[in-house]
Design a protein around this ligand. Sequence first.
Ligand code: NAP
Length: 492
Amino acid sequence: MSSHEAVIVGTGFGGMGAAIQLKRLGIDDFVMLEREDDLGGTWHVNRYPGLAVDIASVTYSYSFEPNPWWSHWYARGPELKKYADHVATTYDLRGHMRFGQVVEGARWDEDARQWEVQVAGAEPVRATYLVTATGFLSQPRLPDIEGVDDFAGTVVHSAKWDPAVDLGGKRVAIIGTGATAVQLIPELAKQAGHLTVLQRTPIWVTPKLDRAMPKRVQRMFAKAPFTQRWARRVNTSVLELIMVAGVLHYRRAKVFNRGAERIAKRHLRRQVADPELRRKLTPDYSFGCKRPTFSNDYFRTFTEPDVDLETTSIARITPTGISLEDGRDIDVDVLVLATGFDMWDANFPAISIVGRDGKDLGRWWRSTRFQAYQGIAVPGFPNLLSLASPYSYSGLSFFTTIEAQMKHIDRLLTEVRRRDARTFEVTDPANEEFLGWVTERLGDSVFALGSCATARSYYFNQHGEAALLRPTSTINTHREAERFPLDDYSYV
Ligand code: NAP
């Protein structure tokens, strides 16, 4: 059985960020276990037509590894995969990665003070530190619709896109109108003979200020990196305004939230003249209850002659198509499921994690409350850095979260070494205080005070709590990562 200082589960941007941080701390004895056949996480797995980032690339990238050569302000999927490859090479991470390794679980061995990580069909791996970087949106969800397995045509989930699927001239139906569908629908419409969009809940969509990155701007970013840092700062501030003012400080700053709703409604009016179609596409829940989306061609697509928006509920899926609750049938050749990911049942945590005294993380979260100190550590789980945890996601760009977690790891492991300790574990009081603090702050947010009942948002868990996003500014998140009291952990 191999034994290492650390095991990182996942080779997406979260896992790579943690690996870079370990290297900065001088820890080189670690392996990165990845269930897929290549690195990049989301950006390796997702390949659907139209895939792009919807946070500007100057912000959606590591601040310490800027890429001046983005082809667009919002990079397309393959370009992000290339960026992930570049980061892995630049920071010498590839040698640590093992692909096709499905981690089934991890168990804390109190005697050895190590984690034992079980890998399907392989020897377990032992490590002093366990870092789970399994992402938030990594377990695709199939819709709980009767007959979904009976469909005789082609079925494809957006997260398991098969480029060989031929859409040309076909009768295509797509279930779902989340952020993925907002990108997919305009592309499907270009290829399909006829497209039916089955919408259960409409989504807020605002314009996307996207265009090709002019060559002279690329050259300027390359020659004078401070200009790109400045662009990042401006863009991050806008995102911060949306998130902090519009969502988290809803009690005092409703005006920003309403402003965002007005922008989205004006965007819809500009693209769709038919008032009935507009009504169907207009959400009845507050902006921010669900992750808002950005697109310049989503609404317009519904005005095309071969595209139908269907809002009647689905009764069942049949071998030939979809039966609706009102008795109508839609004949379908290709069924696209843009039905998202299972976060609260399958992803928190994504693998079985058993800590001290047999404490099972998933069972504990479900039977008490979803919680993690600073969104990264849990009492009863020594030497575990759980990156995809409740209350960890800060701001709108995932990189804000990753880089704050890197700072947390830096401070914590530096202290572990200073004390010449073998284990760290967050204390119960520190964890409870953090949970109380985020709970109180959420009371001011759109999740508590807005009208979210009809949003069906994955921000909310099965207990009705919005336990995904950290309800603070990203400035606060980073400050806390650099200054949290070191005595919030016990060290042995
Ligand atoms: P999602 O937001 O969870 O949307 C899933 C969609 O499927 C919803 O419209 C949902 O309807 C529908 N659905 C699920 N089960 C259904 C059922 N049984 N019957 C009818 N409709 C059903 O998933 P997603 O669109 O894949 O997006 C997930 C997240 O990925 C986004 O919020 C975003 O964070 C991320 N993302 C990011 C980008 C980017 O560019 N950065 C792009 C794509 C995705 P209800 O709303 O009624 O449940």
